[in-house]
Design a protein around this ligand. Structure first.
Ligand code: P6P
Length: 323
């Protein structure tokens, strides 16, 4: 009967978050309402991706759906989307205390060939109801109260952290609910996989080149690591958090700040990694300590298994000493 009990448990993402929030007497359920609107956006994108909508429309459609869902939640005051040059300041009558930074459809260039893509989001909370300004979102990632992604692939999986661990939920299309399927995700302490675009190798700096070399020709005689690179951040990060190893988008001579965006790619994935027992490093510092100066800033990123990232940090520290 255990399986049946589990089946009738119906731990939906809403119930799960309500349970979590009930530990905070002062919480008025605002976060749960906000999350429900993010979940609504994810359900819409999931059904559109599965209908095989073509990329152009889907990019724009997803962005509009998330903006409308977030504004109508009445719980947000600033939105930053990968698709919009400027931040969106929510009209006063609909304002709440949360700032949401998001990429509505990350990796969308992969849509037409069926590779998994995803929505990535991070949530900050403003302290009071002052007139919102960019300063409310130009905050280090460690100030986020929650972060997550929804991967649209063979199934639709939403992975979320509110700062106390990481949990995964899978959309049950017959119920239209995200059901808890991956409770308390912990990334393996060390992995056997590295994930990077080797096509950029000629432009890498010393420490990155050395780390990748060690993955392929281990000095300690251990087996070589496997290279897995999908080219869709949500898919590469999802594999990394479940199987272990590293995902890297390093700086290179052509792009000294790397390619990935701080607010809605680097910070949410770093927040999840740390909450799953892993690490996230920029090559210079802990990723979540970074203070963005502009809403579309980029940063190099090395994230994944705790011990593997330690190796990368040691290589950068050694380079620092050589200089
Ligand atoms: P490259 C997709 O375009 C994306 O923003 C991320 O999802 C992905 O990790 C990265 O860029 C891939 O970039 O340069 O390796 O094609």
């Amino acid at each position: 009967h255990a399986a049946d009990a589990h089946r009738t448990d119906l731990m939906t993402i809403t119930r799960f978050v309500l349970n979590e929030q009930s530990k905070y007497p002062e919480s008025r359920g605002d976060f749960t309402i906000l999350l429900n609107h993010i979940v609504l956006g994810c359900k819409f994108v999931c059904s559109s991706v599965n209908k095989g909508e073509e990329q152009k429309k889907l990019d724009v459609l997803s962005n509009e759906v998330f903006i409308k869902a977030l504004v109508s939640s009445g719980r947000t005051c600033i939105l930053v989307s990968e698709e919009d040059e400027d931040a969106i300041i929510v009209e006063p009558s609909k304002r709440g205390r949360y700032c949401v930074v998001f990429d509505p459809l990350d990796g969308s260039s992969n849509i037409d060939c069926g590779v998994s893509i995803g929505t990535i989001f991070g949530i900050y909370m403003v302290k009071d109801d002052h007139e919102p300004t960019l300063a409310d979102v130009l905050q280090p990632g460690k100030q986020m109260v929650a972060a997550g992604y929804c991967m649209y692939g063979s199934s639709c999986t939403l992975v979320l952290s509110t700062g106390k661990g990481v949990n995964g939920f899978t959309l049950d299309p017959s119920l239209g609910e995200f059901i808890l399927t991956h409770p308390d995700i912990r990334i393996p302490k060390k992995g056997k996989i590295y994930s990077v675009n080797e096509g950029n190798a000629k432009n890498w700096d010393g420490p990155t080149a050395k780390y990748v070399e060690n993955c392929k020709f281990p000095k300690d005689g251990s087996p070589s690591k496997s290279l897995r690179y999908i080219g869709s951040m949500v898919a590469d990060v999802h594999r990394t958090i479940l199987y272990g190893g590293t995902f890297m988008y390093p700086a290179d001579k052509k792009s000294p700040s790397g390619k990935l965006r701080v607010l809605y790619e680097v910070f949410p994935m770093s927040f999840l990694m740390e909450n799953a027992g892993g690490q996230a490093f920029t090559g210079k510092q802990r990723a979540l300590d970074l203070v963005p100066t502009k809403i579309h800033d980029r940063s190099p990123i090395f994230l994944g298994s705790y011990d593997d990232i330690e190796e990368i940090k040691a290589l950068y520290a050694a380079e620092g000493k050589e200089e």
